[in-house]
Design a protein around this ligand. Structure first.
Ligand code: ZN
Length: 297
């Protein structure tokens, strides 16, 4: 009865290679109505928990943030029985006290993306899902708890501004994001978190700040050529810290039961008249909605 939660791990830059050096597993091919996921998911045991690792940008980091197949990725994880996702991604810091190399367990998002499909329900069925708290509070609390007492600095909240990219912000945009209350700037959290909620999967994000965004003047004694090695070193450090944090969290997830609302997020979200939904639409979305149609199928 004590069935363990299967945990999806979506890795940003660098995390995938690092995880593969800690564990081995099986690649499992999954078909989705949205084409193939970024990479073939890797199913493995890690810290006594079944994990499914998915590389967000695919092998060789060839998918830019606008073309990552977010829907296929979340669908594939859902198909593989994933109930909780711990995602990570490189970001810029918008705050002096969030230093490169620190970790941030994000609690809010401002979505500035504009050329990505951000829902599974774009045709023939209307849903409006609650998203006031975009990250699972239980998963966030677990990550915060296991991070306490560690050697690394972990911020327990932060607002992630998700921009379209792939170019970085202008200085004016960076200053604006700060006045909006943004703490981090990144390009991949959206629509990943929205789709996870629609798929009723718990989702938490560990942001890995690699540099200060352009709002902060560069040290004049250092040239631009110093910047990239510094960013890569910070990313490496933050990635190692994230791996430690994820391992600690997984160690606490054996036998854990979900106590949050994510698992029935669609319950009150389907606004369409169920009797008028095209059976083909229902069939297509079956893995997400089947249980809400059990009475009138
Ligand atoms: Zn949850």
């Amino acid at each position: 009865m004590a069935k363990n939660i299967r945990v999806g791990i979506i890795g940003g830059t660098g995390l995938g290679e690092a995880i593969l050096s800690h564990t081995e597993g099986d690649r499992v091919h999954v078909e989705t109505p949205f084409g193939p996921p970024s990479d073939t998911p890797l199913v493995a045991q890690w810290e006594g928990v079944e994990i499914v690792f998915l590389s967000r940008h695919g092998p060789g980091h060839l998918l830019n943030p606008s073309v990552v197949p977010y829907r296929a990725n979340i669908w594939a994880l859902k198909q593989l029985g994933v109930e909780a996702i711990i995602a990570s991604g490189a970001t810029g810091s918008l705050r002096e006290d969030i230093e490169p190399g620190h970790l941030v367990i994000c609690d809010q998002v401002i979505d500035r993306t504009f050329r990505r499909v951000s829902t599974f329900f774009d045709e023939g069925l209307v849903t409006h899902i609650e998203f006031a708290d975009p990250f699972c509070p239980s998963l966030r609390a677990l990550l915060s708890e296991v991070s306490k007492g560690g050697a690394n600095t972990v911020h327990h909240a932060g607002t992630y501004v998700c921009m379209e990219g792939p170019q970085f912000s202008t200085r004016a945009e960076s200053a604006m994001h700060r006045t909006w209350g943004g703490d981090l700037i990144g390009m991949t959290c959206m629509p990943e978190a929205k789709l996870a909620r629609e798929a009723e999967i718990c989702y938490a994000l560990i942001a890995l700040p690699t540099d200060y965004d352009c709002w902060r003047p560069l040290d004049p004694s250092r040239g631009p050529e110093d910047l990239l090695p510094e960013i890569m070193a910070n990313l490496h450090k933050a990635t190692e810290n994230a791996i430690t944090l994820i391992r600690q969290a997984l160690g606490r997830m054996q036998g854990l039961r979900r106590s949050c609302k994510c698992g029935h997020a669609l319950k009150l979200a389907i606004w369409s008249d169920k009797k008028r939904i095209d059976p083909a639409v229902r069939k297509r979305l079956e893995p997400l909605i089947a249980r809400y149609f059990a009475d009138n199928s």
